[in-house]
Ligand binder design. Sequence first.
Ligand SMILES: NC(=O)c1ccc[n+]([C@@H]2O[C@H](COP(=O)([O-])OP(=O)(O)OC[C@H]3O[C@@H](n4cnc5c(N)ncnc54)[C@H](OP(=O)(O)O)[C@@H]3O)[C@@H](O)[C@H]2O)c1
Length: 304
Amino acid sequence: MSRLCLGGASLGSMPTTFAYAVPPEDAHATVRAFFDQSEINFIDTAAIYGYDEGQPEGFGESERRIGQVVRERGGLPPGFVLSTKADRAPGANRFDGEQARRSVEGSRERLGLERLPIVYLHDPEYCSWDEVVGPGGALEILRRYRQEGVIEHLGLAGGPIDVMLRYLDLGGWEAVISHNRYTLLDRSAEPLIRACQARGIAMINAAPYGSGMLAKGPGRYRRYMYQDAPDEMVERATRLEQICQRHGVPLAAAALQFSLRDRRLASTIVGMTKPQRIRETLELARTPLPESLWAALDAAAGFA
Ligand SMILES: NC(=O)c1ccc[n+]([C@@H]2O[C@H](COP(=O)([O-])OP(=O)(O)OC[C@H]3O[C@@H](n4cnc5c(N)ncnc54)[C@H](OP(=O)(O)O)[C@@H]3O)[C@@H](O)[C@H]2O)c1
């Protein structure tokens, strides 16, 4: 798969999580623009994307929107890779085997795909360890689906690094997603990146803009990881933006390339909800950045 990946969380419209809604026509147009180009061949979604405070019916909405365009194209076009995630029962956080089965079957139906190229066990940090990994739990069912070939590759996706490392130790993972924790402002995923590298597991970095602040700028979008950013973080982001301005480059280019230039990462997942974002992202990825920028950004963000 390509080193850039289109992220599908906001494509499902999650107005509380992202602080703006995304109409279906924008999502469809973005996915069409994605299938119409040839440089990014990787798209990521999850069963739960679209579920948000006050909109329980949103569960599956990102997959439904992506699935509509997949159907228009007569299936996943050759050469494209799609990943989705098996999810807990929203609200209840139940994640037993039955829930995993319901989630995977729902994904196949919504996406219109018999076989799912990559499925991640998603956000286990919200769930009981025993329920997920115990006999008849979510993990057992996902492994069975992989044996049967319904799931081609099984991955692990989630947040807190200590929880991710505990799950990683179970073995059998082919890909791992971490999010918001390896950016210009947060490096806490470093131990997970090292652990994946040591085990030969594809490490995928999601949310290089910290869910938006490092793309839109702290003046326009004062949020990090789906909530209001603390003042000290906004101050650091503002310093980073000023340094980029002095170097004559966009903050978004530095944020994106911080992830892309790290060869330990197999891919970087970027959330986009407008068709022009695909071209903009490719331009940001190609923007020449002076080598001296990185040390200046590290120092300003407190990582020197
Ligand atoms: N647990 C997990 O497995 C997990 C967790 C988090 C994320 N992820 C995956 O990673 C993906 C990316 O994460 P994310 O979407 O939360 O955060 P992100 O990629 O850090 O940021 C997305 C935000 O950046 C904005 N943006 C992107 N390109 C831009 C541009 N050229 N100019 C201005 N703004 C731009 C988007 O705005 P617009 O909406 O205006 O385009 C959106 O608000 C998710 O969609 C999901 O697939 C997985």
